[in-house]
Design a protein around this ligand. Sequence first.
Ligand SMILES: Nc1ncnc2c1ncn2[C@@H]1O[C@H](COP(=O)(O)OP(=O)(O)OP(=O)(O)O)[C@@H](O)[C@H]1O
Ligand SMILES: N[C@@H](CCO)C(=O)O
Length: 322
Amino acid sequence: MQHYSDVTSANYLKRYYAPASTGNFSVGFDLLGAAFEPLSGELFGDVLDIIGEQAELSLDIVGRYVHQLPQHTDDNLVLSCFYAFEQKVGRTLPRLALRLHKNLPVGSGLGSSACSIVVACYAFNDYFGQPLSPSELLQLMAVAEGGVSGSVHYDNVAPSYLGGLQLMLPQSTAVCRSLPWFEHWRVVLSYPGTVLSTKAARAVLPQQLSLAHSIAFAGMLSRFVSAMYAKDEADAYCALQDLLAEPARTPLLPELPALRSALMAQGILHLGISGAGPTLFALCRDDAQAQLAADYLSRHYEKNQDATTQICRLSLAGARAL
Ligand SMILES: Nc1ncnc2c1ncn2[C@@H]1O[C@H](COP(=O)(O)OP(=O)(O)OP(=O)(O)O)[C@@H](O)[C@H]1O
Ligand SMILES: N[C@@H](CCO)C(=O)O
């Protein structure tokens, strides 16, 4: 299903896409994230068109979630990314006429700001002949995302850019590494239509953890990563326990415990918070189970016209030219 006729417009020089992403993936707060794409083929991620070169930089915004963005396009991340990119490249670049298709809801837990940042930085680097290396580009994206959420974290920008399930590697030159995945796994992303800013959802987090808590957190993430490499599916989904953010964020998402109980009683593998919420993600073992979870979440979690529930697979490609 394609919501927007303008995505079919041929009025552009180049068109780029970046997928939605789920930060944390329950067990790896700020350290683990995955990119997803709907089985339906819908472009559930932002699209950026480079329409042409002109005297002044300009941005036109269309798409289902345009009404959730700042009224003034000057405040849009796509434009701030252009200037940050230009500064990093170190020379004045030709000005562009741009069009953003805002297909991801803002403040949703789907990595909406990261998605715009990734598609913009990827597009500029491609269009201007790859002046930045992939690691320089990733760093630029992470700094831009840090400006929005209040702290630099890679768990949305890295998967949206590179695709896959990405584990961050602190202090390593590699920055992140793609983890193995179970190809039959499906992820249902359910956005209720309400907004929860990442900054607000980070403000409720504990500032300190006890030694026992730190060990439990590190242990669960290690168990999950090890299970993915060992192809031990049951151990992997049993390890999806958020010991860090979820206890603090559940008051912001009071429906989570009841929804989880109901879905897990029907055999769904896991229900967790996507990024900072309010989107929830249901991990399912196949298409039939994913359909069941999607029907349930559509009925019980969607709250208004902005809401959407998508049955997804892992996006292996990440950001790309269309
Ligand atoms: N192109 C853009 N896409 C998304 N947000 C933008 C964009 N341009 C500016 N913004 C602003 O950036 C902020 C994004 O907030 P926030 O980080 O909470 O959203 P989010 O990225 O959707 O959250 P999450 O990472 O949990 O999905 C909002 O204040 C929004 O108005
Ligand atoms: N790791 C970030 C993701 C934000 O989408 C958080 O949970 O605050």
